[in-house]
Every structure is written in C-alpha cells, then in structure tokens.
Write a protein that binds this ligand. Structure first.
Ligand SMILES: O=C1O[C@H](COP(=O)(O)O)[C@@H](O)[C@H](O)[C@H]1O
Length: 245
C-alpha cells in the first residue's frame, strides 16, 4: 500500500491525474487498451475535469480507454445523483468519448436485473479472460464505505466476482455495486480522498483492526497488491503513520 499525502486537494488531484496518465499508457502499451472503473460521489468530479482540461487531454490515448463504473445509484441517467451523468459531463462530453467506450449501468432495469446485466457486460468485455480492470478509482464515504459497499449490508459478504444490488435502509434507496472480489481483481486500485470529514474514516480503514461490517473499505485488498491512497493533509490528519507500507 502506498500513501501519497499532499498539503491540499489541488496537489492530490494533479498527482492522481499524473498517475492515471502513467497507468493508462502502460496498459495501452501492454494490452492495447485501458479499462478503468470510475468512482462516483463528490470527490472525483474535479479529477475528471482535470483529465479533460487542455493540460491533460493530450496525454492519454482516449480512443483506447474503456470506462466502467464501480458503483451506480439506482436513479435515471438524467438525475443529478447519477454517477454516469457526472462522468458524462466532466469527462465523456468534453473529450468526445464514443458511446461504445462507455459501459454504464442500465438503471431503467430493476436493480437486481441491472446488476446482472452489468456483470454480463463486464464478462463479455473481458471475453474468456479474468475480468481485471487496469485501474479502479475509488472514493471513501465518511462512514467508511467505498463503491457501494456500505456498513452492515449483505453485499459485504458476497464472494461472487460480479455486480450486485444493495438496499440502503437509512436512505431507502438501491445502489448497484461491483463486489469486493471483482474490485480486488484489478491490476491497480487508487483511492482519492480529501477533506477533514474523511479523516476518521481514513484512520479506521488504514489503522483500525479489521472489521468489515463497520469499515467496508477494508475489503479492498487487490491480488496485485497495488493500492495507492491519494490524500490531502486534512484527510490524513488522524493517521499515526503516514509512511507507505
Ligand atoms: O467510491 C465511492 O466513494 C464515494 C464516497 O463519495 P463522496 O461523495 O463522499 O466522495 C461513493 O459514494 C461513491 O459512489 C463511490 O463510487
């Protein structure tokens, strides 16, 4: 696990954008394409905007990039809560990404069916091979969730390499999420976390004893061992040890 801690969010975002460029170019050189699972929520929007900015847009072979979503809210694709809509506005439209390169969850379907169909789309994309994303981008909720692996939900114990629906009783909503085993097959995983509201969750995931019911992001442990945490000082402030391990 590698920790990258910077004084402010802008430096975190730039470092992660550089990391994205490097991982994308290695994947394209090695396999002719780059398959990335995007995260939703409030944190990654600025990263996507930066990647689409004049400074970064020429650094990635975008026509060889294939986009997936680690999780999605069960809302129409036109809803302001849709992870797809956020990425569309921040990344796909500015870069004129072809629709064939974007794999969105079909939220017109009932949640369980949407999850099944998404798992099938992933399986087809990887053909006969193991479904290994070149990069999974993840955020972290104040309650230590990542993707839509929320505390005390059945999906935390799902051993399927796939996609599942999850009902969140407090919010009375469904989400659709890649399971931890699928996320963990990735060649590389990067967490993007900034802001003081995330400091306790960061400490719980990285320094507390394992308790996946309370701290679901502890489930993220890729077989490749490539997990990078990109944090600002505010999000890292509760960490006793700020060295990579
Ligand atoms: O990985 C993820 O993390 C976030 C946390 O979101 P944020 O709004 O607190 O940055 C999550 O909800 C999101 O859907 C997910 O992909």
């Amino acid at each position: 696990m590698k920790l990258h801690v910077f004084p402010g969010a802008d430096e975190v975002l730039r470092t992660l954008a550089d990391y994205f460029v490097a991982v994308a170019s290695q994947a394209v050189a090695a396999r002719g394409r780059f398959a990335v699972a995007l995260s939703g929520g409030s944190s990654p929007k600025k990263l996507y905007e930066l990647l689409a900015s004049p400074e970064y847009r020429e650094k990635v072979a975008w026509e060889q990039v294939y986009f997936f979503f680690g999780d999605e809210r069960n809302v129409p694709q036109t809803s302001p809560d849709s992870n797809y809509l956020m990425a569309k506005k921040a990344l796909f439209e500015p870069l004129a990404i072809r629709s064939a390169q974007v794999f969105a969850v079909d939220t017109r379907l009932p949640p369980a069916e949407a999850a099944t169909q998404y798992a099938l789309a992933i399986e087809e994309f990887f053909e006969e091979k193991k479904a290994r994303f070149d990069l999974v981008l993840l955020g972290l909720g104040d309650n230590a969730h990542t993707a839509s692996l929320f505390p005390h939900t059945p999906v935390l114990h799902d051993t399927t390499v796939g996609v599942k629906e999850v009902f969140l009783p407090e919010q009375q909503v469904f989400r659709i999420t890649m399971t931890a085993p699928l996320l963990n097959q990735a060649r590389a995983i990067a967490f993007l976390v900034y802001g003081a509201s995330k400091a306790l969750a960061v400490q719980q995931i990285l320094e507390f004893d394992r308790d996946i019911e309370q701290y679901p992001a502890q489930l993220i442990a890729p077989s490749s061992d490539e997990v990078d945490w990109f944090l600002d000082a505010a999000a890292a402030k509760e960490l006793k040890n700020q060295q990579s391990s």
